[in-house]
Write a protein that binds this ligand. Structure first.
Ligand code: BTX
Length: 335
């Protein structure tokens, strides 16, 4: 991939000019060929300045998302070895499921710039505007039973929190089981879907959606009051000419953190994941309302068990374990 080699050299030169002559010598192709590759990089969105007698320079690659940007500097051994980048897809979870059924290997990652039918839990929608967020699914083939799947979702929330903090400095919290929130609003959602036998998981699709560079106007009206993005939360949108967060940087860190979690799960170090989850929890110790099928009750979220169940001390004095269902937390998303 000559185009990528040109890009790598421009990146290594940190916004300094590189002459067409040195590029063509280094890569063993004609200057016309270099010029053509520079043009296609420009078409892909890279801001490359060309000046006669000086050459080319890359002016900050801002928030460009493609396979190269994710692979370049990715520090994982397994997750992301294969990356499928698609400009627009119905749902990365559906696409990942399809390729998993066709044999896609453990750790394959599907990333889209836009989803036309992004999916939330329980048949809900996930708004996935082009160019603004991270819409990504990972194919995992862990040797675990279906009951153990919840730990992957909890671990993925921990990975997302850490990646967001590392790249943006934003400290988000986790609302049980898997909403990542800032200021009480949802900035990231996780949807884990599985294909399994009774006792053994065949594969999992771990879908992660993060609102990154949205302004508040980018969200559909029905979720404006409950959704936020990293840019909105950090106040970036209020300032003029500010840089955008680079989605590829967040993805790279997220894949790295996911791999750490995945390795812990393989080693059976589930307690470490639960302990980390507790550190970031925005649910434990809070007043909660649980809605499960036709049952609704209130109480205090006490703890989380090793299989991910939430322990609630109900207002009527009894203690209940919540495995699934809706849990709202007082002060978060309008409860
Ligand atoms: P959830 O069911 O917890 O959340 C869905 C609910 O969140 C919606 O009903 C709506 O109220 C609200 N919502 C919809 N879009 C957004 C948004 N962009 N930001 C904040 N709130 C929103 C959470 O489900 C799981 C979401 C997983 C999304 C990823 S993206 C990559 C992968 N592919 C795919 O189709 N889904 C996953």
């Amino acid at each position: 991939m000559l185009e990528q080699k040109v890009l790598e050299i421009l990146k290594q030169n940190n916004e300094n000019y590189v002459s067409g002559e040195s590029l063509s010598e280094h890569l063993g192709v004609t200057r016309t060929s270099i010029w053509k590759h520079i043009n296609s990089l420009k078409e892909a969105g890279y801001n490359i300045e060309s000046v006669t007698r000086k050459g080319y320079r890359l002016i900050d690659s801002s928030d460009i998302l493609n396979e190269f940007e994710v692979k370049n500097g990715l520090q994982t051994d397994l997750i992301g070895n294969k990356i499928v980048y698609i400009k627009e897809v119905d749902s990365t979870n559906l696409y990942a499921r399809k390729i998993a059924l066709e044999g896609a290997e453990d750790g394959t990652v599907v990333i889209a710039d836009a989803q036309t039918a992004g999916r939330g839990r329980l048949g809900r929608n996930w708004s996935s505007m082009a160019g603004k967020g991270i819409w990504m699914s990972v194919v995992l083939r862990p040797q675990i039973s279906p009951e153990e799947v919840q730990i992957i979702t909890l671990g993925a929330s921990v990975a997302a929190i850490k990646a967001i903090y590392d790249v943006t400095g934003i400290r988000a919290g986790i609302k049980w089981p898997n909403d990542i929130i800032c200021d009480g609003k949802k900035v990231c959602g996780i949807l884990t879907e599985m294909n399994s036998e009774v006792e053994m998981v065949n594969f999992l699709i771990l879908g992660i959606g993060i609102n990154v560079n949205h302004t508040i106007l980018d969200f559909p009206d029905e979720i404006k009051s409950i959704a936020t993005s990293l840019a909105v939360y950090s106040g970036m949108n209020d300032k003029k000419n500010v840089k955008l967060f680079r989605r590829s940087d967040i993805i790279k860190k997220l894949l790295y953190e996911l791999e750490q979690i995945y390795n812990k799960i393989k080693k059976g170090a589930v307690k470490d994941i639960i302990d980390e989850w507790k550190l970031y929890s925005a649910t434990l110790g809070k007043q909660v309302r649980v809605i499960y099928k036709n049952d609704t009750y209130t109480g205090t979220a006490l703890d989380i068990r090793d299989d991910g169940r939430l322990v609630v001390k109900c207002d009527d004095g009894c203690t209940r374990d919540v495995f699934s269902g809706e849990v709202s937390v007082r002060g978060i998303l309008g409860y």
